[in-house]
Design a protein around this ligand. Structure first.
Ligand SMILES: CC(C)(COP(=O)(O)OP(=O)(O)OC[C@H]1O[C@@H](n2cnc3c(N)ncnc32)[C@H](O)[C@@H]1OP(=O)(O)O)[C@@H](O)C(=O)NCCC(=O)NCCS
Length: 162
């Protein structure tokens, strides 16, 4: 497994992972209406272009496994992890763990004292495994539908004094 910056031309692969992760992996934890709001069954060209523009601006990292992009995630300057998605084809094979370890190491290297994310019900046990705790329940409205998640935060240990 290799974690690296997303390259030009990989945007469609990231969108496919996002769509599959929401519509397959997260479908057990949300209603069909909520899943449709989060990631519609059909996307217009304009929706695709807007999504790609927004996600590229996050400068995501990808996990490459067996020559394929298996997942992606980002870390913003203020410690926000905005997107975190693993393809259901590669679920429970440590792809998410590798991405998270990369983000946490990067956050420490950047001198951040904490990282945070708006975490789906589906991903909460995964984030908890990495030391994140729920600080607030959220009820964001997406395309007119409430899609609950939780604000989770992990405090990072200060680097040891030399
Ligand atoms: C959450 C997600 C990123 C995890 O990715 P993954 O590559 O399958 O996770 P890993 O294989 O690295 O899991 C590492 C550990 O996290 C925990 N974990 C992962 N998924 C879990 C789940 N559904 N329930 C409980 N624990 C889980 C386990 O401890 C796991 O270790 P184990 O497999 O040895 O038991 C993935 O399920 C996903 O994309 N979900 C849908 C999209 C989503 O909700 N994204 C978050 C938006 S905020």
């Amino acid at each position: 497994m290799r974690i690296r910056a997303c390259r030009d031309g990989e945007e469609a692969a990231l969108l496919a992972i996002f769509r599959a992760a929401v519509r397959t992996t997260a479908a057990d934890d949300y209603s069909a209406e909520q899943i449709d709001a989060w990631s519609p069954a059909r996307w217009t060209q304009a929706q695709r272009e807007r999504w790609i523009e927004r996600v590229c601006a996050l400068r995501p990292f990808v996990a490459e496994l067996d020559g394929a992009v298996a997942g992606y995630a980002d870390l913003q300057d203020d410690g926000l992890i905005d997107h975190f998605y693993v393809s259901p084809d590669f679920a429970r094979r440590g792809v998410g763990a590798a991405l998270m370890s990369h983000l946490l190491a990067l956050a420490r290297a950047r001198g951040l004292s904490a990282v945070h994310a708006h975490v789906s019900r589906t991903a909460q046990p995964f984030f908890a495994r990495f030391g994140f705790e729920i600080v607030a329940q959220r009820k964001p409205v997406v395309r007119g539908v409430e899609v609950p998640n939780a604000e989770m935060r992990a405090v990072l240990a200060a680097p040891e004094a030399v």
